[in-house]
Design a protein around this ligand. Structure first.
Ligand code: C2E
Ligand code: CA
Ligand code: CA
Length: 529
């Protein structure tokens, strides 16, 4: 019986089409953002009928406008149940995008129900834009003028064209369920999702993942930087009677641990692509070692100037070229290590002797570390290579100072614990390795809690140095003692550099802590002699 035109007519007459409400959730907090309105046909004699069984019929027979009127007015009446700033998202059929009166129809329904249009998102599928861009642009512009937000639905399927994104004033990008479904098992789906999230971010669009059913998918999306999610994990489409319960419920439990206020959470927020980049750049800039990131084909994806100088070529000359192209003679020396790193092995302190970039100069001994980099799916996507110039052999044996330096550089490579601090000096992220150096519980690390662990004599100078650095923007370089679990004092060194906005204000500090106890003990021993 389903799918009969006469039935649908009767259903509309009998007011049997009802909205259901599916939660839209902010991924990094688990908080509710609003609901997508999904229509159901509620016949007294049958089970709920899904849209796939009647939307196309309504479209084909000119009933979609009537359906919209009926469902949207019921949905908009839910405004009383939706505290600010929760929003509603509604779906528009491709055929409706031919009617220039659509925006005024929506406005009328919303006004009658007292629903503010700045809390409405209109979802348009890509197929609707195919062959219809001019009209769609007029309608989209009118909807925007009314205050609505626009989402491009089912992105990545069917008629995908990036020009749609460019030509219409979209605010949001909804990633089709088919990609989310497979993203934890199929590499190409994961890559597509990552690319869509990146595209959305670069165009300042909110990205929303549809059809999230598992924690694993939610985690992966969070790490990719996706903003919002929707799916059975957060709730199936619910009847209007259940909306108040959903609104009153606490944020989605699995992600509760990631709500702001928990310093560890911010590390996930920090994982957003642009911040990630700024952070990496700061670490790169300040590093006392040559650093590069190579992709799976051993192409230079990035490198710092120090490495470029060591190699005797510019940064630009390296980028995009393979190690083999750059250094054909020496590639065979590096290759076995790079291949092992691609298999997941991390190696440090590998000694490599290579000719100086300056002709006639003696060979250079370098210490190289190779670290595999994994993506969200535990696949090695490239290798991070760090190179330290070792002093040349003969002099090394003579010079204790220099081998100390070398030791220090190497330990910096291996034992640094990265931290991130805001412009006021509050720690917003501390790497999980922190507890391996530091006796304080991670909860105390937040803000200025770490000062509590310091040796009494070191607190005042540390605070002074911090205050000076925060007001001047000069690099932080602190040495202080903390109490270890067995009650001894251990020397740590914390260094960091500010990251500035273009306007010159500091936005973040990036730095790291390292264990310098051995060096301090050696220095003390030398001082005593
Ligand atoms: P859509 O806009 O892509 O809506 C998302 C669909 O995915 C919904 O199917 C929703 O129930 C389903 N879904 C959400 N989370 C999950 C999940 O975790 N797992 C699975 N397997 N499915 C999930 P639904 O409600 O059957 O709607 C199908 C389509 O019908 C919608 O796709 C939308 O294009 C259309 N539609 C629904 N209501 C309306 C309406 O009022 N007007 C118009 N024009 N189209 C509508
Ligand atoms: Ca939709
Ligand atoms: Ca969709």
């Amino acid at each position: 019986m389903v799918g009969e035109l006469s039935d649908l007519h009767a259903a509309l007459e009998a007011d049997e089409l009802v909205p259901c409400f599916q939660p839209l959730v902010e991924l990094h907090t688990g908080r509710l953002c609003g609901f997508e309105v999904l229509t159901r046909w509620q016949s007294p004699s049958r089970e709920l009928i899904l849209p796939e069984n009647f939307i196309a019929l309504a479209e084909a027979n000119g009933l979609i406008g009537h359906l919209m009127q009926q469902v949207f007015s019921k949905a908009f009446a839910a405004i009383a149940l939706l505290p600010h700033p929760l929003i509603l998202a509604v779906n528009i059929s491709p055929t409706q995008l031919h009617h220039l009166t659509l925006p005024s129809q929506i406005r009328n329904i919303a006004e009658a129900a007292g629903f503010p249009l700045n809390r409405l998102t209109v979802e348009i599928t890509e197929s609707a834009l195919f062959n219809n861009l001019d009209r769609a642009l007029v309608i989209a512009t009118d909807l925007k003028a009314l205050g609505c937000r626009l989402a491009l639905d089912d992105f990545g399927t069917g008629y995908s064209s990036l020009s749609h994104l460019q030509k219409l004033p979209f605010d949001e990008l909804k990633i089709d369920r088919s990609f989310i479904d497979k993203m934890t098992s199929v590499r190409s789906s994961r890559k597509i999702v990552a690319a869509i999230v990146g595209l959305g971010h670069s165009m300042d669009l909110i990205t929303i993942a549809e059809g999230i059913e598992t924690e694993e998918q939610a985690d992966m999306l969070l790490w990719l930087g996706c903003d919002q999610g929707q799916g059975w994990l957060y709730g199936k489409p619910a009847r209007i009677e259940d909306v108040p319960l959903i609104v009153a419920a606490p944020p989605h439990p699995r992600l509760m641990g990631l709500t702001p206020g928990d310093g560890w959470a911010v590390s996930s927020l920090e994982a957003l692509p642009t911040q990630r980049l700024a952070q990496l750049q700061a670490i790169y800039d300040g590093a006392p070692v040559g650093l590069s990131f190579l992709d799976r084909k051993f192409r230079y994806v990035s490198l710092n100037k120090r490495l470029a100088d060591m190699n005797g070529a510019s940064v630009a000359e390296h980028l995009g070229r393979t190690v083999k192209e750059m250094y054909p003679k020496w590639f065979s020396v590096y290759e076995p290590y790079l291949l092992r790193a691609l298999k997941g092995e991390s190696m440090t302190g590998v000694e490599v002797i290579r000719p100086s970039p300056i002709p006639g100069e003696p060979d250079i001994t370098t210490q190289v570390s190779y670290q595999p980099a994994w993506d969200e799916g535990d696949e090695v996507i490239g290798v991070s290579v760090a190179v330290v110039m070792a002093v040349d052999k003969d002099r090394a044996e003579e010079s204790l100072q220099e081998s100390d330096d070398r030791q220090r550089y190497l330990s910096e490579l291996n034992h640094r614990v990265p931290w991130i601090m805001d412009e006021n000096g509050n720690t917003v992220h501390m790497s999980a390795h922190w507890t391996s150096l530091h006796p304080l519980n991670k909860n105390y690390v937040r803000n200025l809690g770490w000062l509590e662990a310091l040796h009494a004599e070191d607190i005042e100078p540390t605070m002074k140095m911090m205050r000076d650095a925060l007001s001047s923007g000069n690099p932080i370089d602190l040495e202080y003692r903390v109490k270890t679990l067995d009650g001894d004092w251990k020397w740590l060194r914390s260094r960091g550099n500010p990251r500035f906005k273009p306007s010159g204000e500091i936005i973040r500090w990036y730095g790291s802590v390292e264990d310098i106890d051995e060096r301090k003990q050696r220095e003390e021993a030398i001082a005593k002699n």
